[in-house]
Design a protein around this ligand. Structure first.
Ligand code: HEC
Length: 98
């Protein structure tokens, strides 16, 4: 019974946005943001695994930097991830926006 609703939700969300492009961390992103690449890769992994459970992963560029600071703790609570995972996700998101 859950599947049709989920498919509809995804269809609705996909309808109002182009195919999400989630940037993969690389050396250039690390250099630009001044973060360590392993930390960004960890954040990316958590982001893809946890933050797409309830909705398509939101494009980092879709939300402003100050809003990400507000949204991430709430969504980390939604996802039930640890504080260090949350910190890595936020670092990754902010780096990906640069
Ligand atoms: C347990 C389900 C769940 C998980 C896991 C989850 N989200 Fe969400 N998210 C939601 C729901 C429901 C909404 C829409 C309602 C809302 O805005 O509160 C939402 C909305 C959002 C928004 C839009 C907020 C806005 O104000 O426009 C962003 C950005 C977001 N989520 C990011 C994330 C990130 C990053 C993660 C991983 C840390 C995550 N979500 C994990 C359920 C979840």
């Amino acid at each position: 019974m859950k599947k049709p609703a989920l498919a509809l939700l995804i269809a609705v969300m996909a309808g109002c946005a182009p195919t999400p492009f989630i940037p993969v961390p690389d050396a250039a992103m690390a250099a630009k943001s001044g973060e360590r690449l392993p930390l960004l890769q960890k954040g990316y992994g958590v982001y893809m695994a946890q933050c797409s459970r309830c909705h398509e992963p939101m494009m980092p560029s879709k939300v402003s930097e100050s809003d990400w600071h507000i949204v991430t703790p709430g969504m980390a609570w939604n996802a039930g991830i640890s504080e260090s995972d949350e910190a890595a996700v936020l670092k990754y998101i902010l780096a990906a926006k640069k």
